[in-house]
Every structure is written in structure tokens, then in C-alpha cells.
Design a binder for this molecule. Structure first.
Ligand code: NAP
Length: 561
């Protein structure tokens, strides 16, 4: 396995100066979409903030995931930050669904425009965060051993940043090039004419496979579980569309505020089981022909909650696969049998199924012929030896809690978050953790999630409001109240009742077969809807944060103020 090129860049700033170790008002971990905006907002309060980022530059997800074909599934014009009208008017998305290089360019543009880099320390992976109960301070430790101190700690780790490799014997024996998609080398990988193997068939693998199939010599796809997928229908944004988009940002973001997932798509009020077969079919054909997530989150109201409605939607999607894949046996392998349409996060594709009509592409079902080991030449299944030049692990992430598990986070008395979160996490609004004072999370467990930057902006704004409240009132410590956490966790658990996705293994339900202790499903998001989440969090802020406990006796003003 090759080391990620980005991690081999020499550190520019090896010796910490006093100003680098703090004390700061706030330390933020991560300089992705969330960390950048959090920095911007905290600076507005006049606080001293330091962001620590493992990568050599800004971007988070879009910094690390440079694999061929990486792009998002949100409409670009609904994905960018909404907080600055000037930024909205200055930036032009080239495509309706932007590719990774454009999104990374965008985040660099944002960092430059708002002069964010001066408070970000790169090449700085945080490995530990310990709370000093007497002083109400967090001390973070970097991989290098250096430390920094702050009153408040904000984690902007990203729900999908802890990538996982498959547990297969011999993984280090391979003599060719091997990469996890989340550590794709910065300089790119030449795949032309090569023999390539790829493990995984999730959203990431689908993008890689459809992008490289025509270029490589041969491509062998090792599939354990097929996923449902539907067409993305991406295209370039015309100048006329560009003009219209610029003029309608207020309406676009208002639309996102009204939907349950913050995408522009909203669930159709009709039920698949209550309309005629013709009406149902016509609607699904329409959705299948339209760009974006409409077919997932804009489908009939019962598709993701009623097994019979879901079975009909699955039948429709299966028929599409059979129409697009010539070999019926291959088509059958590509049709999921263990979960219904949309019950895992739906990958959107561009010509994915047609890839399997190519002579240089082969699908191997590893349920029939399991992978036995990685060999120096490639990979051995129970039936065959494969030789590869390049092996791609598109094997996903330890979602949501994984990034927290990888930092030694300790609260008062040395309690370890990793222990506390062995089962279901205990949070308040997904932003504060039971028993961990002064620790604030952006997109931790139990927040509403959908169109991520929309969720991030709302959470960061809420957290910034809380920090401002503390600052104004000279409060040095904030904690959750046990009964409020109980209540919130109860609401979170209630919100998933009846949702079909909660009965399926995926990163969204906290299952990762490559991670010890992560085989049991957990509720890791608030699925009661973004509107309801906004109302709930808004009410807490409007009521003066009565649900939280502030330690008035330790009411030292935040450091640096
Ligand atoms: P994923 O959906 O978790 O898929 C991982 C794949 O690797 C699965 O097919 C999994 O099979 C397979 N796998 C894992 N371990 C394996 C093993 N030991 N042996 C064989 N196969 C193994 O991960 P992902 O594709 O990286 O996507 C994760 C999430 O990232 C997506 O759901 C989405 O939210 C986000 N994403 C977004 C975009 C976008 O916006 N367009 C693109 C890519 C990713 P099993 O299913 O059997 O475990």
C-alpha cells in the first residue's frame, strides 16, 4: 500500500511558537467545508481561533478524495456556502454536479477570499484531546507531540473521513500499486492500459468504475453487496443558466430550507400504493430521466417507509438494470437482493451499468467465490488467481463516529469517548456530548444530514450563537444536562422508527464489517427532518439555552477576550 503523497510533504512549521500552542478561545479540528465556515464565524466574534488540519491544505473530503470521477450528487448551486452574497456572485460552477477538482478549487477560493489560512495549521493531525476539569480547558496533542490549549474545542472532522481498508490476509504483500480511494495520490495514477482490480461497489466505486473502464487495459470489480443506483444526468451549466442561478440564490436556499433533507428535492405527497400502476410508472420514468436525487428523496411518500411500496420501486430499478446490462446473469448479480431501493444512500451514476457490457470489464461476485488473500501479484479468490498492476480499495469509511474513535478524546476524570460511544452515542442535538464539557461538534452523530453544506451552515451558526452567548455573559463552561440528553436521544430513536433504511447495514447505520465492534446497527443521525431539527435547535437558542448547564462559578471570560 503506497503512502498518501500528501502526507509525505515536509512540515513547514515544525517548531511551535507560544502563539501556536495557545491558549486560544477556540480550537477547531478540520479545515473542510465545516471547519472553514466555523473559523469564519468565530473570527467575526473577535475570538482567537486556531484550526488544526491533517492535510497540507484546505478542503477536507474534497482534499482527500481525489479518485477518478469524484464529484458530488447535490446540485452545485445548492451546495456552495450561502453566507456571502458576494461569494455567490463571484463564483461560477461549471457543471450542475461539480467534479472534485472544482469543489476543491472553490474551497481554496473561499479560504483565500476570507483570508482563512492564516489561522489554520496544516500537516497537523490531532491524535488526542484531553479536558482539564479544573481549568475548563481542552489540550489537544498533535501527531508530532506538540500541544495546544483552548477553552472550547470544535470538532469538524467530517462524517466520512475515517477510511477503512478491508481485513484480508496478505494486504501488504501486493507488489503493484494499491490505494484506498480516500488517499488517492495528489499527482494522479496512470491507469492507461493497466490491469486494475477494484474492491467495493458503493457510491465511490461506482464513480471510479464508470470513469476508468474505457481507459484501463482490464478492470475486475469485486462485489460483495450490489447497491441500487440511478442516473445523475450531469451536464455543463450554460451562460443563460448561470445568469438565472445567480439571480435566484435566495429562492434556491429557501427551497433547501423547506425540504426534509436540504436538497432541492422534496418527497411527493402521493403514495405509490395509492396511485394507479400507470401513474406510478410514469412518475418513476420521469424521476429516472431527471438529474439528481429526485428519485431518492423526491419519490412517493411511502417508498422509504412501506415495504410493499419499496418493493415496487425496487422492481422498477431492477428492470432498468436488466435493460441496461446485456448479459442477464451479470445484470442479476448487479441487482441488490438484501435491501430495498433507497434504503442505503443512493449512488448516482453516469453510464455505470453499461460498463459491464464492455469486453475489458468483469464482475466477480465474492459471495460465490470469496477473496482468500491479497498476493504479491494481485488477489486470490476461492476459484482463481488474479494478476493486477493496480489494486483499488473503494471500501468505504467508519462513518460518523469513526473519526472520533481515532482521536483519544478524554473528558473529566479521564473518561474516554471511545468507551462511552461503544454503543449508541449520547448527544444533545448532535452538537454537544453528554459528559464532555466545552466540546462542540459540527456534523457529529444525531444532527440532521442531507445536503451537507446546508446542514453545516445551520449547525455552525447555532454553535457560533452558543459561543457568542458564553462570551457575552462571561461563561467559561458549558455542559449538557442528563435529562435533556435522554430526551434528545429518545427523539432521535423515535425519528427512525418505521424508516426502512434503519433495518439495513450501511455506514449510515454505523455498521462497518472491517472495524472491530462496529457490526451492530446504531442510530447516527436525526432523521425527523431538517425543518423539525431547525425548529428544535432554534427553540433552544431562542430560549437562552436553558437546556444546557453553564458553570457560573467558573465564569472566567474566554481566553484571549
Ligand atoms: P460504502 O458505500 O461504504 O461502500 C464500500 C464498499 O466496499 C461496499 O460495496 C462494501 O461492501 C465494500 N467492502 C468493504 N469492505 C469489504 C471487504 N472486506 N470485502 C469486500 N468488499 C468490501 O463507501 P463509499 O462508496 O466510499 O461511499 C460512502 C459514502 O460516501 C456514500 O454513501 C456517500 O454518502 C459518500 N459519497 C458521496 C459521493 C457523492 O456525493 N457523489 C461519492 C462517493 C461517496 P458491503 O456493502 O458488502 O459492505
Amino acid at each position: 500500500m503506497e503512502a498518501p503523497s500528501t502526507e509525505t510533504i515536509p512540515r513547514a512549521d515544525a517548531a511551535p511558537s507560544p502563539s501556536e500552542s495557545g491558549p486560544f478561545d477556540v480550537i477547531v479540528i478540520g479545515a473542510g467545508v465545516a471547519g472553514l465556515y466555523q473559523l469564519y464565524r468565530l473570527r467575526e466574534l473577535g475570538l482567537s481561533v486556531r484550526v488544526f488540519e491533517a492535510g497540507s491544505d484546505v478542503g477536507g473530503t474534497w482534499y482527500w478524495n481525489r479518485y477518478p470521477g469524484a464529484r458530488f450528487d447535490s446540485e452545485s448551486w445548492s451546495y456552495g456556502y450561502s453566507f456571502s452574497e458576494e461569494l455567490l456572485q463571484e463564483w461560477e460552477w461549471p457543471e450542475h454536479f461539480a467534479a472534485q477538482p472544482d469543489t476543491l478549487r472553490y474551497l481554496n477560493f473561499v479560504a483565500d477570499k476570507f483570508d482563512l489560512r492564516r489561522d489554520i495549521r496544516f500537516h497537523s493531525r490531532v491524535v488526542a484531546a484531553h479536558f482539564d476539569d479544573a481549568a475548563d480547558r481542552w489540550t489537544i496533542t498533535l501527531e508530532s507531540g506538540e500541544q495546544a490549549v483552548a477553552r472550547l474545542l470544535v470538532t469538524a472532522l467530517g462524517p466520512l473521513s475515517a477510511y477503512t481498508l478491508p481485513v484480508i490476509p496478505g494486504r501488504d504483500d501486493f507488489r503493484g500499486q494499491a490505494f484506498h480511494t480516500a488517499r488517492w495520490p495528489r499527482e494522479g495514477v496512470s491507469l492507461a492500459g493497466k490491469r486494475v482490480g477494484i474492491i467495493g461497489t458503493g457510491a465511490t466505486a461506482i464513480q471510479v468504475i464508470q470513469t476508468i473502464a474505457a481507459e484501463v487495459g482490464s478492470l475486475t470489480v469485486f462485489q460483495r453487496t450490489p447497491n441500487w443506483a440511478a442516473p445523475l444526468h450531469n451536464r455543463r451549466i450554460t451562460p443563460e443558466e448561470q445568469r438565472r442561478i445567480r439571480a435566484s440564490y435566495p429562492e434556491i436556499f429557501e427551497r433547501c430550507r423547506q425540504t426534509s433533507t436540504c436538497f432541492i428535492h422534496q418527497t411527493d405527497p402521493r403514495k405509490a400504493l395509492e396511485v394507479s400502476a400507470e401513474e406510478r410508472e410514469a412518475f418513476w420514468e420521469k424521476l429516472y430521466a431527471e438529474p439528481g436525487f429526485g428519485i431518492w428523496v423526491g419519490n412517493f411518500a411511502d417508498v422509504l417507509v412501506d415495504k410493499r411500496a419499496n418493493a415496487l420501486a425496487s422492481e422498477f430499478a431492477a428492470r432498468k438494470i436488466r435493460q441496461r446490462v446485456r448479459d442477464p446473469a451479470v445484470a442479476d448479480k448487479l441487482i441488490p437482493k438484501d435491501h430495498g431501493f433507497g434504503t442505503r444512500r443512493l449512488p448516482l451514476e453516469s453510464g455505470y451499468y453499461e460498463v459491464y457490457n464492455r469486453d475489458n470489464v468483469r464482475l466477480v461476485d465474492i459471495n460465490e467465490t470469496p477473496i482468500e488473500r491479497i498476493t504479491p501479484e494481485g488477489l486470490r479468490t476461492s476459484a482463481e488467481d488474479f494478476a493486477f498492476d493496480v489494486l483499488i480499495y473503494a471500501t468505504g469509511f467508519d462513518g460518523v463516529t469513526g473519526p472520533y474513535d481515532r482521536i483519544d478524546i478524554r473528558g473529566p476524570g479521564g473518561r474516554r469517548l471511545k468507551d462511552d460511544w461503544k454503543g449508541m452515542p449520547r448527544t444533545f442535538l448532535g452538537m454537544l456530548i453528554d459528559g464532555y464539557p466545552n466540546l462542540l461538534m459540527v456534523l457529529g452523530p444525531h444532527t440532521a444530514r442531507g445536503n451537507i453544506p446546508r446542514n453545516i451552515e445551520e449547525i455552525v451558526d447555532w454553535l457560533t450563537g452558543l459561543v457568542a452567548h458564553m462570551h457575552r455573559n462571561g461563561l467559561g463552561r458549558v455542559e449538557t444536562r442528563r435529562e435533556e440528553v435522554d430526551r434528545w436521544v429518545g427523539e432521535v430513536e423515535q425519528a427512525v422508527e418505521g424508516l426502512l433504511f434503519s433495518e439495513v447495514n450501511s455506514w449510515q447505520t454505523g455498521v462497518n464489517r472491517n472495524v472491530e465492534g462496529r457490526q451492530v446497527r446504531r442510530v447516527l443521525g436525526y432523521y425527523g427532518g431538517a425543518v423539525e431539527y431547525r425548529q428544535r435547535t432554534g427553540a433552544v437558542a431562542a430560549g437562552g439555552y436553558r437546556e444546557l448547564a453553564f458553570d457560573a462559578e467558573l465564569a472566567a471570560k474566554p481566553q484571549g477576550s
